[in-house]
Every structure is written in C-alpha cells, then in structure tokens.
Design a protein around this ligand. Structure first.
Ligand SMILES: O=C(O)CCC(=O)C(=O)O
Ligand SMILES: [Fe+2]
Length: 459
C-alpha cells in the first residue's frame, strides 16, 4: 500500500482500516501508556485505567521520568506525559499560515488524505469526489505544503476541483508510514454492521450542502476547524437543552417507544471527574438522545461523508464553569475498550464550541505547533467545530495517535462566559449507545431527515 497515485485505491470505506491494536512498536514502549493503563487500575500517583469517556489520562511522573513542572496557566501538569520520541516528533507537519487562516474548501490532497488514512471517502463532498477525473492545472499540492510556500486563495482548491498528480514521493511515504505499510481488510466496519439497529438506517443527507469554511490547523496529524458549523440559534439551543430540567425522572425507563422520552434530557453519567481516566476533568457532561440533536447528527454525518448514524457515540454537551478544565489526555481508547463488538476505535473527535471565549478555555494540543510556534491553541468561537483523529493516523503500529495529546484549558475566573461544547466521537464500526436510557440511532432518522428538509427549504 504505497501507490497513492492511484486514485481508485481504497475508495471504499470497507477497505480502509489502519489500526493495529495488538502490535506495539518498541519505540513507544517507554511511554508506558498501556502498561500503566492495563495493570494498575487502583494505582496511586495517577496511574490509570482507560476510560470510554475521555482517553488514557496521565501516567505517573515517576514512570516517565518527565520533568515535574507546574503549569501556571492552569491547563494541567503536562509533564506527566513524556515528550514525543524524536522520530515521532519528526512526523509532525505544520500547516502553513494560509491554510490555518483562510476558511474555504480543503485542498484536494487533504480530502485524499482523509480518505486514505482515516477512511472517509466522501468527506464533505457533494457526491463521490471527482478524483478519477483528469487534472490539468496546478492546485495546491503537498509539495507546496511541505515547503510552506505562501498560499493564495486562488491556489486553494474547492471541493469540485480535481486532484493534482502526486509529483513527489512524500505523500506516498506519509501514507505508508501512517498505515504501518499494510491494511487489514478483515477489520472492516461492514463486517460488524449487521445489527438490527442498522437495518434501513440509511439517511439521505445530500440536501445539506458541503461545508465551505474549513481551515487546516495542522496537516499531520490532521486537525481541522469548520467555521459556521452551527448557527447561533443552534448553539443557544444546545446549551438551553442541557440546562432545562428533564421532563421526567426516569433513568430506569428504557425502550424506544416510551412516549415520555420524546423530550427527555439527561444528566445521567454527569462527570465531576473522569474517574476512570484520572485525567482531571472538572467539567460537567450531559448525554443526549440522538433524536434530540438532529442538527448535530445531520451535520456531523454529512461532514464525514457517511449515510448512517450508527458509528456515532452518544452526543454530549460539556460545560466548563470558571476555573474548570480537562487536563491532558488522548481520546483514543485502549484495545480492551475498542473491540469490534464495542464499535472499534475512535476514528474522529468532533467538538463544536457553543459560546465565544475571548481568553482562556482553549483546546490545546501540546505537541502540535500553531502559527506562532507555540502549542496549537483553538480558541472557542461560537458555532465553529474542531475535528481531529485520535487514533487513525500517523504512527505505525500504535492504536492511537499520541501526537494528538490535548486538553481543555482552564476557563479563567474573570471570563465573561462559561465554556460550552457539543461533542461526538466516531467509531470504526457500529456503536451501541448506553445513555440516556433508550437511546438508539434509528430514532434519530426521522428528526434528521426533517432537519435536512427544513435546511433545504431554507435555501
Ligand atoms: O474542552 C475541550 O476543549 C476539549 C475537550 C476534550 O478534549 C474531551 O472532552 O475529550
Ligand atoms: Fe479530548
């Protein structure tokens, strides 16, 4: 698998699985993430067990030999995670300023990359991408990206532009490295998508236009911002929905036909602390029925180019009050939590900022560089979404991408607003929701379809 020049290669989602959960490269053993996660569930000093709700948490300072530091911005003690191995750090490719700042369609190579590494053949496309077509002029290429040559808007391709020939071998090398040089066709999502919940669950999202305001915040690993993902009204509604009291107190009632569930919101599994991960999360999480967040489900699914909802974990909203934060962690799941039956690994994290924060409360990636050379900070902007890929890309023979280590920075005491986000995680295969009681993907089909109809009528 290295002929990235072949546009027809790996067009189908089923062919693209890039995770190697059982093999570990020696280089990474010293990270001790798994050793610690697996063995010492009740260990002291921050040794961790994994969690289905937020990643690995931290490992001990002792175990990593990392510098003890305190972080005066309050974002957390990130020295507990060892620095990236130089070879791993060497795989980081920053995004040139133009791509970080210009909101437009993605360069076509990024779409290719989303397909070949992450398995999204239709990411943000109207229909199947026109990669089979001939290309006659020079669009932005990875060669440009590597050399960080100035990007002019005219060089940014739009979604209907054709693919440039891959003139350099860098792209092929990247893909090859990112996939460990092999694929495992047995680990397909299709293989596991035979549960009853999935029957007749295809949704036509074609009435939703592709998103036009994407920014590439980082190239490898890929981090994308999608501006205007939510309208202001949608942002406000998602906050209100979480805060309004549940119409019933029926955590014990389940079943999709329970009529009272129609307006049910839950605070079940509210997280004061991410117990399992021990990464310190002082925020509060609400789990929502898919059917109550049709805008989120429709847009998220449209963005990744799928036509069913079944791979999404439970939608969540998270509130950080002043002085609250979520310390450094990875969103990827341990192998024991990401078996095919459980839906596999987390392919993508989608996070939508529901309020503007002028200062603080950013999502920060410790090992990625932003424009000014310091760690990439994504400042919450109302309606903008952030997408990254916690497990699928980058590092050979590891089931997670340790380069995506990130945190929710503390919300300052003097902040004008609280921080609110909506969150969704995409799994490799069908996921069975557990919260709120009675939550099922299929119940969102009709609300999503009527949302799509409304959006179409509004055009
Ligand atoms: O709040 C943020 O900015 C990041 C949240 C996060 O990383 C998570 O919930 O996994
Ligand atoms: Fe996270």
């Amino acid at each position: 698998f290295h002929n990235s020049c072949c546009p027809l290669f790996a067009r189908h989602r089923q062919q693209t699985t890039y995770l190697h959960p059982t093999i570990f490269d020696n280089r990474f053993v010293d990270l001790a993430l798994f050793a610690k996660t697996k063995k010492s569930k009740k260990g002291k000093n921050g040794s961790v067990s994994g969690t289905t709700r937020g990643g690995f948490g931290k490992v001990t300072t002792e175990s990593t030999g990392a510098r003890p530091t305190t972080n005066e911005d309050g974002a957390g003690d990130y020295s507990v995670f060892p620095a990236l191995d130089p070879q791993v750090a060497g795989t980081l490719i920053e995004a040139p300023a133009g791509l970080q700042q210009e909101a437009g369609f993605l360069p076509v190579e990024i779409y290719e990359r989303l397909d070949q590494i992450y398995g999204f053949p239709n990411f943000n496309y109207d229909t199947l991408p026109s990669v089979q077509e001939e290309n006659n002029n020079k669009d932005l290429s990875f060669g440009d990206l590597f050399s960080a040559s100035p990007i002019t808007p005219s060089k940014i391709s739009n979604a209907t532009t054709k693919v440039s020939p891959m003139s350099d071998t860098d792209f092929a090398d990247l893909i090859s490295a990112a996939t460990g040089g092999k694929l495992d066709p047995s680990k397909t999502s299709a293989k596991y998508n035979d549960k009853s919940d999935a029957i007749d669950s295809k949704i036509d999202l074609s009435t939703l236009p592709p998103f036009e305001k994407l920014r590439v915040l980082h190239i490898d690993p890929l981090v994308l911002a999608i501006d205007d993902f939510f309208t202001d009204e949608e942002c406000d509604r998602y906050v209100d929905m979480s805060l309004s009291p549940p119409t019933t107190t029926n955590d014990d009632v389940s079943g999709e036909d329970a009529p009272h569930l129609e307006k049910f919101q839950t605070r079940s599994k509210t997280v004061g602390k991410d117990d399992a991960a021990k990464s310190q999360r002082t925020s509060t999480t609400w789990f929502h029925h898919y059917k109550n967040v049709p805008e989120l489900m429709a847009k998220a699914t449209r963005l990744v180019g799928l036509d069913t909802l079944e791979q999404w974990e439970e939608p969540q909203t998270v509130r950080y009050r002043r002085n609250e934060k979520f310390t450094w962690h990875l969103d990827a799941l341990a192998p024991t939590q990401s078996t095919p039956e459980q839906g596999g690994q987390r392919l993508a994290t989608l996070l939508v900022y529901l309020k503007d924060l002028n200062e603080g409360g950013a999502t920060i990636f410790r090992d990625l560089k932003g424009l000014d050379g310091s760690p990439l900070r994504v400042q919450p902007r109302k309606g903008s979404a952030l997408m990254f890929f916690p497990a699928a890309g980058g590092i050979p023979n590891t089931p997670f991408d340790i380069r995506t280590l990130h945190c929710g920075e503390i919300v300052p005491m003097h902040s004008e607003t609280e921080k609110w986000i909506s969150q969704l995680w995409l799994r490799e295969a069908q996921y069975t929701p557990t919260a709120p009681p009675g939550n099922l993907h299929v119940t969102a089909k009709q609300p999503v379809e009527s949302y799509c109809q409304t959006a179409k009528d509004a055009l």
